[in-house]
Design a protein around this ligand. Structure first.
Ligand code: AMP
Ligand code: ZN
Length: 462
């Protein structure tokens, strides 16, 4: 039985999907105007643990959006669009910025062994669905027009703010009131569609029944989530910062439009913080996977660090803690190596697997699951082959390449990369070094690094 902490209701609940044959999960994806920092990636790691745990029991449809337009500098509706800011910063078009940082995002995501979503949906490719949703809200009387856009009137939605709770909402309204722009009717009202400024041509803009402009960030997620997953989702995830505004607004729009409950389980991950405070993309004080690599850490050391803290506790990042995670991971792998290559499935292994699964099912208790792996390695009651079977299973969830020292998981290499490798092996046999180098570059371009060893080519993920 899977139990998850549901932000709506603030307690752990048994997870019961609407249909056991198709669990639906939507995760708020990256805003692609800059590199993802390791804080963002902590959230994707916890979502990956959730996806892997769900998949132990159910088929999962996992949708993630890519916010490539409409996310303004403040989560309220003030300031510039982050994409246009990124474009100005780098002297490129907003479209090129989106393409570049999205591609980089997936590289980091893969390097941390997060499983790819079933559907990746880019906001700019779903403008029609967003317009339709705004039209529905307009027909139902939830919208009003100001000089800069079409807004959602939160006073018309009785349950507004239920996700955060009344007390928090009062605080939110107080805060929002301070920066409330003149034409908003209520401090918590938010833009569904923003008009392009009259004096400046935006790079990303579309026609709409209300005028040329672009969608608000919140409507993007509602429109895309419901397009792929229907009116009611089983699970919606994101970082804890989204509870207050983004997810509160998603509920308001979606439920007002459909008259149905939008999400059954809201699951939020706590922040990664720095001793000096928040890690933020816009503030520029951020650590990326590439920074970690430059400092000599493998990305999975960071995954190990994240697994050592429960997803609902804040995690303070430091290089000392990353050092210790990297060391533990290395020790873990060499302990696994000592076990030899044989695996044996026995009732003992099954009993251990049950304990491991129970830890993950208990609101994703990865620290406990990790501790169980150490425990099994130290156990005097299991044979080496039994221990190896336990670790092999654990790694289907932990995804830390625990068996890597003894066998490279070849299956992970995509077939097109394998084809390049085979071609390169043939070129080297024929002593065609130029072709061999070209193929090495092509393999690198596809995200893999190939090394020549006495035993032949060895390939690792970039
Ligand atoms: P963004 O790319 O800013 O839209 O954020 C992508 C995801 O990262 C969202 O789910 C955020 O809630 C999450 N996030 C942002 N900052 C942090 C952080 N410091 N720690 C953990 N998650 C974060
Ligand atoms: Zn979202």
């Amino acid at each position: 039985m899977i139990r998850l902490y549901n932000t709506a209701g603030r307690r752990k609940e048994e997870f019961v999907p609407q249909q056991p044959t198709r669990v639906t999960m939507y995760c708020c994806g990256p805003t692609v105007y800059n590199y993802a920092h390791i804080g963002n990636l902590r959230t994707y790691i916890f979502e990956d643990l959730l996806a892997r745990t769900i998949r132990l029991h159910y088929p999962l449809v996992h949708v993630m959006n890519v916010t490539d337009v409409g996310h303004l500098v403040s989560d309220g509706d003030e300031g510039e669009d982050k994409m246009e800011l990124g474009a100005a910063r780098e002297g490129k078009s907003a479209w090129d910025i989106a393409k570049f940082y999205e591609q980089k995002f997936w590289q980091d995501y893969d390097a941390l062994h997060c499983t790819r979503p079933t559907v990746i949906s880019r906001a700019t490719e779903h403008i029609a669905q967003m317009i339709d949703l705004v039209k529905t809200l307009e027909e139902k009387g939830y919208t009003y027009r100001t000089s800069d856009g079409i807004y959602y009137d939160t006073s018309k939605f009785e349950r507004y703010g239920a996700l955060v709770g009344r007390a928090h909402l009062d605080g939110l309204q107080g805060g929002a009131r301070v920066e409330m722009s003149g034409e908003k009717r209520n401090p918590t009202d938010f833009a569904l569609w923003k008009f392009s400024p009259k004096d400046k041509k935006r790079q990303m803009e579309w026609d709409s029944p209300w005028g040329v402009g672009f969608p608000g960030w919140h409507i993007e997620c509602s429109a895309m989530a419901m397009k792929y997953l229907g009116h009611t989702l089983d699970i919606h995830c994101g970082g804890i910062d989204h509870v207050m505004i983004h997810h509160t607004n998603e509920i308001a729009q979606s439920e007002a439009a459909t008259g149905k409950k939008y999400v059954n389980y809201w699951v939020h991950g706590e922040f990664l913080i720095l001793r000096s405070g928040k890690m933020s993309k816009s503030g520029g004080t951020f650590v990326t996977v590439d920074v970690l690599r430059e400092k000599g850490y493998e990305p999975l050391a960071y995954r190990y660090l994240c697994l050592g803290a429960h997803y609902r506790t804040q995690l303070e990042f430091s290089y000392e803690s990353l050092d210790s995670a990297a060391k533990s991971l290395k020790n873990l792998r060499s302990a696994v190596k000592q076990l030899g290559a044989e695996q044996q499935l026995t009732p003992n292994v099954q009993a251990w697997k049950d304990k491991f699964i129970a830890a993950m099912e208990d609101d994703l208790n990865a620290p406990k699951a990790l501790a169980l792996v150490w425990e099994v390695l130290r156990s005097a009651d299991l044979t080496a082959a039994e221990k190896r079977a336990c670790v092999a299973f654990a790694d289907t969830i932990l995804a830390l390449d625990l068996l890597v020292e003894t066998e490279r998981p070849r299956a992970e290499i995509p077939t097109e990369v394998q084809a390049l490798l085979d071609e390169r092996a043939a070129a080297r046999k024929a002593k065609d070094w130029k072709k061999s180098d070209e193929l090495r570059d092509a393999i690198l371009h596809a995200g893999y690094v190939v090394k020549d060893t006495p035993k032949g080519q060895e390939v690792t993920k970039k």
